[in-house]
Design a protein around this ligand. Structure first.
Ligand SMILES: Cc1ncc(C[n+]2csc(CCOP(=O)(O)OP(=O)(O)O)c2C)c(N)n1
Ligand SMILES: [Mg+2]
Length: 560
């Protein structure tokens, strides 16, 4: 019935396609390369909000965080070459974190293509390794088809980013085409024979351990899995920065299998006879550099459940690979009734070890950061979203914060700095009724500090903490360990962070002592503005369990 269709320009067709796919919020930085899209979005501004950002790095993290939080593709718009290169960091993060994203990039018109025209790049080559699919839409009438394909591809199996380039002539051209309805989420299920085999393996297990991780979970699947784990008496851990997949207050929770792992938990994973791994890829950070689980054939009997068929057998040859979506797998799993009193005793010991490990230890200086993390954990509402970036400041959060519900943690599993602040902006805009905090380092924060402007402009009021040790502390720690006393390139001269926040129209505070924090936090949280608290810590306090000077002394001794 083509004749009934209205003629629209490419930008409007694209905007309509996004609304048809259920998109309500998109992030980006504008460019002259995609003006018709902005024009199309103008028509649909009541249905789809566009969050205009200050740097594509921040915008791409926002789109990634939106995808991570909601489970639906985060949508990003960037301009040609410079926008595309700035925006790459969030796409790389989304790929490693299995986050669904759909990224649109302006492109030179087809009449100039392959001339290295103004800002021209071949995005298929540029994004090839960090996207599930990269394509260019060369015909205006095929926009709805490509967009539908992109949303299906971003969501199918192991979720991830998809990139679509938009040549200018495609966007300005007009066509009369139909929209495509909302995408399906296509994920496989475990077969009855696989579940039988799983039951047999678990039935004979003496020291089993469960690890959850990855992207593609739902609140309901996590809740049902947790109830089953608790009922069977198993112990469970979570992979690196996926600590919110299991209520950390549960008696069955044994801690996070990530960076700075509890040595007793590491031992438990190493010595398990059966590992039931659901959704985690078992990457370098989760396996302590492939040492907890040996590659390619693990000592443990590995049952590896993953939504991406290509992940099974990629690093580890499992005893039982199961290609399944996680809600689908949990559906089948909860039907199994298993129980073993030996497991229950082990889970109780694991829990005791978790509680001991997560008690904050005293650290040098006037401000006890570990105690403050515990204070936040005890005080903030249960569904508070904690967005964090990369650096040693985060190790206190990993260790002392108890995540209590699904999608209360937004962190980059690729260890990418600058994530926390923009992720918190996206979280507050996506879920305005939820409480949000960002936890940043001094180095980490300034990678995207400009996005305070975005928070102010769009009314995203949340509290950001900037943990200031005047160092790229993580790198200093490694430096002192490898080349003690030879400090180079890791000192930072910082601005007055509170004044910086105020200059953007936000609320700013500086805290130097433990006891100053609570009243400062109350003032910040009730300011009604994007708020920032600079939290000054002693640079010697480099991790929750050791100091820089101790690391240096040990390294010097070992070199003598
Ligand atoms: C985008 C990016 N650049 C560089 C790094 C390497 N890197 C990892 S942690 C770190 C230092 C973090 O410093 P800061 O945010 O101040 O945290 P601290 O370790 O001092 O607590 C650096 C430079 C990275 N992970 N990501
Ligand atoms: Mg620092």
């Amino acid at each position: 019935m083509k004749s009934d269709l209205k003629t629209r320009h490419g930008g409007r067709i694209l905007a309509d396609a996004l609304v048809a796919q259920g998109v309500k919020l998109a992030f980006g930085v504008p460019g002259e390369s995609y003006l018709p899209v902005l024009d199309g979005l103008h028509d649909l501004r009541d249905k789809l909000a566009f969050v205009v950002c200050r740097q594509e790095g921040g915008a791409s993290y926002m789109a990634e965080a939106y995808g991570k939080l909601t489970g639906e593709p985060g949508v990003l718009f960037v301009t040609r070459g410079p926008g595309a290169t700035n925006g790459a960091i969030g796409v790389h993060t989304g790929f490693q974190d299995s986050t669904p994203m759909v990224v649109f990039i302006g492109q030179v018109g087809n009449e100039f293509v392959e001339r290295e025209a103004f800002q021209e790049m071949d995005y298929r080559r540029m994004y090839g390794q960090m996207a599930k699919w990269v394509a260019q839409i060369d015909r205006v009438e095929r926009i709805p088809e490509y967009v539908s394909h992109a949303f299906h591809a971003a969501m199918a199996g192991r979720p991830g980013p998809v990139v679509l380039a938009l040549p200018e002539d495609t966007l300005f051209a007009e066509a009369a085409v139909a929209d495509v309805p909302h995408y399906h989420t296509v994920r496989p299920s475990a077969s009855p024979s696989e579940m039988k085999e799983l039951e047999k393996i678990l039935h004979g297990a003496q020291r089993p351990f469960v690890i959850l991780g990855g992207g593609g979970w739902t609140r309901e699947a996590c809740r049902r899995l947790q109830a089953w784990v608790e009922k069977t008496g198993l112990a469970a851990g979570t992979s690196f920065r996926c600590q919110d997949l299991f209520d950390n207050r549960s008696a069955a929770y044994a801690g996070d299998v990530g960076i700075g792992i509890n040595p007793k938990l590491a031992q438990r994973v190493r010595q398990a006879d059966v590992l039931l791994v659901i959704g985690a890829r078992l990457g370098e950070m989760t396996t302590s550099a492939y040492s907890l689980v040996e590659a390619p054939v693990p000592q443990q009997t590995l049952i590896h459940v993953h939504a991406g068929a290509e992940e099974l057998g990629r690093v580890y040859r499992p005893a039982l690979p199961i290609n399944s979506g996680y809600p689908q797998f949990v559906d089948a799993l909860v039907g199994l009734s298993l129980s073993n009193s030996q497991w229950k005793d082990q889970a109780a010991t694991a829990r005791k070890e978790y509680l001991e490990w997560t008690e904050p230890q005293p650290m040098p200086g006037k401000l006890q950061w570990g105690q403050l993390v515990r204070w936040l954990s005890d005080k903030l509402p249960e569904d508070t979203i904690v967005a964090g970036g990369a650096g040693n400041f985060a190790s206190w959060v990993h260790r002392h914060f108890r995540y209590k519900g699904f999608r209360t943690q937004l962190g980059p599993t690729n260890g990418s700095m600058g994530y926390g602040y923009p992720a918190a902006v996206a979280a507050k805009l996506a879920a305005p009724s939820r409480n949000v905090i960002a936890v940043c380092g001094d180095g980490d924060f300034l990678m995207n500090g400009q996005e305070i402007a975005t928070a102010v402009q769009h009314g995203a009021a949340f509290v950001a903490l900037v943990v200031n040790n005047g160092l790229y502390g993580t790198i200093r720690m490694h430096q002192e360990r490898e080349y003690p006393g030879r400090v180079f390139g890791t000192d930072l001269k910082n601005p007055d962070f509170a004044a910086y926040a105020r200059a953007f129209g936000g609320h700013g505070e500086t805290v130097e002592r433990t006891e100053e924090f609570a009243p400062a936090f109350e003032r910040a949280a009730s300011s009604g503005k994007p708020a920032l608290i600079e939290v000054k810590i002693d640079p010697d306090a480099i991790t929750p369990s050791t100091t820089l000077s101790a690391i240096r002394e040990k390294a010097l001794k070992s070199k003598q």
